[in-house]
Design a protein around this ligand. Sequence first.
Ligand code: PBG
Length: 324
Amino acid sequence: MNIIRRPRRNRQSAAIRDMVQETRLHASDFIFPVFILEGRQVRSEVSSMPGIYRYSQDLLLDEIGRCLDLGITTFDLFPNLPESKKDKYATESHNPDGLYLQTVRAIKEKYPEAMVMTDVAMDPYSSDGHDGIVENGHILNDETLEVLGRMAVAQAQAGADIVGPSDMMDGRVAYLRQALDSAGFHNVAIMSYCAKYASAFYGPFRDALDSAPKFGDKKTYQMNPANRREALIEAELDTIEGADMLMVKPALAYLDIISLLRQNSNLPIAAYNVSGEYAMIKAAAQNGWLDGERAMMESLMAIKRAGADVILTYFAKEAAALIK
Ligand code: PBG
């Protein structure tokens, strides 16, 4: 046969495949989201996320040490709080002696080389389970910004390197930038949850934190999964408002959005490979329905190939171990 172009030539051996490989994963691509809870020597597995645990502070510090050894440098913290610590205004979110901020301080003290990313949203601290202040069934935007501002400044005081507003209130990136700068935290970065969709894939995360909304859903602030152009509006606003990095969330069902933002922005793009995406692969692997390791690496590779510079993923530790 006279076939001049034979793409299979570049696939014929491991050596040549490796040579022409376009995308590579490194441990430094990952941010590891971790869950903390009160107590000492406590480690409780999230039932819908096999292999993922809520740790008390002491055990979390050990876990972070192990992750640093694997080359993971950045950790995104989320607190599981008892109902008794939650209220309408998320007061606990800016309590310097509370579990969350104390843990941020402890990590930075023990591992100054580690980067800590903190979450800015009211839901883990809110008795309503929403990301903002609720009044008569409505989520108040501008009133919520004040709470978020206080939260972010308290996190910066505790030593946070990056704050991650995951709330989707309008104007919050500008508000946080201003609040951080006035408090002297010019160097604290903002990774905005820029295109965050109202997704079914957050279910296991809400189990992990017991943070599901007490009524309704999050559709008046998180984006409609049907929308693509709207992601560009969010990206434009967050950029003007001062975001240092833009995030797309979830990742796997939104690869087109990752690619879209990559092509339309010069900022680093992050993607959040969320709890439900983790749970699906784990569940199928446990059933013997697919090869969990390969599905994990293929998914992470796809997220990077789509254009993500940074991947927040519960697979961080497992993938980093495999890469090593
Ligand atoms: C809430 C928040 C959520 C996640 C991160 N921050 C859930 C939600 O919006 O209800 C989800 C992460 C995941 O599913 O892994 N501020």
